[in-house]
Design a protein around this ligand. Structure first.
Ligand SMILES: Nc1ncnc2c1ncn2[C@@H]1O[C@H](COP(=O)(O)OP(=O)(O)OP(=O)(O)O)[C@@H](O)[C@H]1O
Ligand SMILES: [Mg+2]
Length: 334
């Protein structure tokens, strides 16, 4: 199988530790490739390490010890973002890499007009006058579907609805025309109708601007509409990775299956959410074997609990972390 699209960013064996010596390893051994123009979804329950992984890409974890490499394949040789001097990193953060943060309500400063905030974000990275930056900001608001963008620039954040503020955040992340947009739970704080509009907007922008996107969510329900590839995270590790249609129709890791079963469905008139029993383990005490074993109904004592399972290649482009995966994966029919 050939994939003509070039690599954009590649996480190689990335680990993230907190504590004085980085001993609390909240993320371990992450390998993740995002190609130019492709959307990859990072999915997993709360606390699985999705946000810290994206913040590591942006180098926004001042107190963490980050291991491994984060290769950026731009023009010429790849650079390791983790080793860049802070000044050079600033060209990527908010420049080549845009980010929509998980807490939208805290990302806009309530004390400044939205126009002022977009203009400042623009001038941080682009050598333009205030007047030019205002024009760019106006275009950005238009791009994200805000009516009367020129006058909206003078709004204070509280004068806008939640959905509108999220559009502003998206506009702000796009003023430097990033090659990669990281969207961390971009719709969680919004109601369902607005959520659908924002997802549509992101999809449209991704294809119009030809960006790559790392789309972070705990909601498998939206993944199918957004991503070509999925990486499922549990307890700081990737437990299954592959093409979205493959994983959604034939999940092979019991954790992925459990997450898929937890998608809300309308049964009769009641919406049921079958949540997975138990909780994500504490990073200070990861289980010795498979980290999901204590909650897994397929776990075999000893077999699953003694040694950590490796992430093994299955079908082309797919890998699974589960010693029993050959029993669960259905053969691909030609
Ligand atoms: N600054 C920090 N210092 C110490 N531990 C942290 C810090 N930030 C995150 N963690 C821990 O890292 C782990 C992963 O957190 P993270 O926020 O990445 O989860 P997540 O997958 O984004 O969850 P959610 O779906 O709730 O956003 C958690 O155990 C969390 O408590
Ligand atoms: Mg998060």
């Amino acid at each position: 199988m050939t994939n003509p699209r070039p690599k954009l960013i590649e996480l190689q064996d990335v680990s993230i530790g907190f504590g004085s010596a980085g001993q609390m390893r909240v993320v371990e051994g992450i390998n993740l490739l995002i190609r130019a123009g492709e959307t990859v979804a990072l999915v997993g329950e709360s606390g699985s390490g999705k946000s810290v992984t994206s913040l590591a890409i942006m180098r926004l974890l001042p107190r963490a010890k980050i291991g491994g490499r984060i290769l950026w394949h731009g023009e010429g040789e790849a650079v390791d973002l983790l080793t860049l001097p802070p000044r050079q990193m600033r060209a990527y953060r908010g420049g080549a890499i845009g980010m929509i943060f998980q807490e939208p309500m805290t990302s806009l400063n309530p004390l400044f007009r939205v126009g002022t905030q977009i203009i400042e974000a623009t001038r941080l990275h682009r050598d333009v006058s205030r007047r030019e930056a205002r024009a760019i900001a106006e275009d950005a608001l238009r791009l994200v579907g805000i009516p009367e963008p020129a006058s909206r620039l003078d709004n204070m954040p509280f004068e806008m609805s939640g959905g509108m503020r999220q559009r502003v955040m998206i506009a702000m992340s796009l003023v430097c025309r990033p090659a990669l947009l990281i969207a961390d739970e971009p719709t969680t704080a919004l109601d369902v109708t607005i959520q659908a509009q924002i997802l549509d907007l992101l999809r449209r922008l991704q294809s119009e601007l030809g960006m790559s996107m790392l789309f972070i969510t705990h909601d498998f329900g939206v993944v199918a509409e957004m991503a070509e590839r999925i990486a499922v995270m549990y307890a700081g590790q990737i437990v299954e990775q592959g093409a979205a249609d493959q994983i959604l129709s034939r999940p092979a890791n019991p954790y992925t299956s459990a997450l898929l079963d937890a998608i809300p469905r309308l049964e009769g008139r009641v919406e049921r959410l079958a949540s997975i029993e138990g909780v994500v383990p504490d990073p200070n005490h990861w289980p010795a074997g498979c980290r999901f074993a204590p909650r897994c109904r397929h776990a075999i004592p000893g077999h699953c609990t003694d040694r950590p399972p490796p992430l093994e290649p299955a079908d082309p482009g797919r890998s699974i972390r589960c010693v029993r995966w050959p029993e669960f994966v259905e053969p691909v029919h030609a």
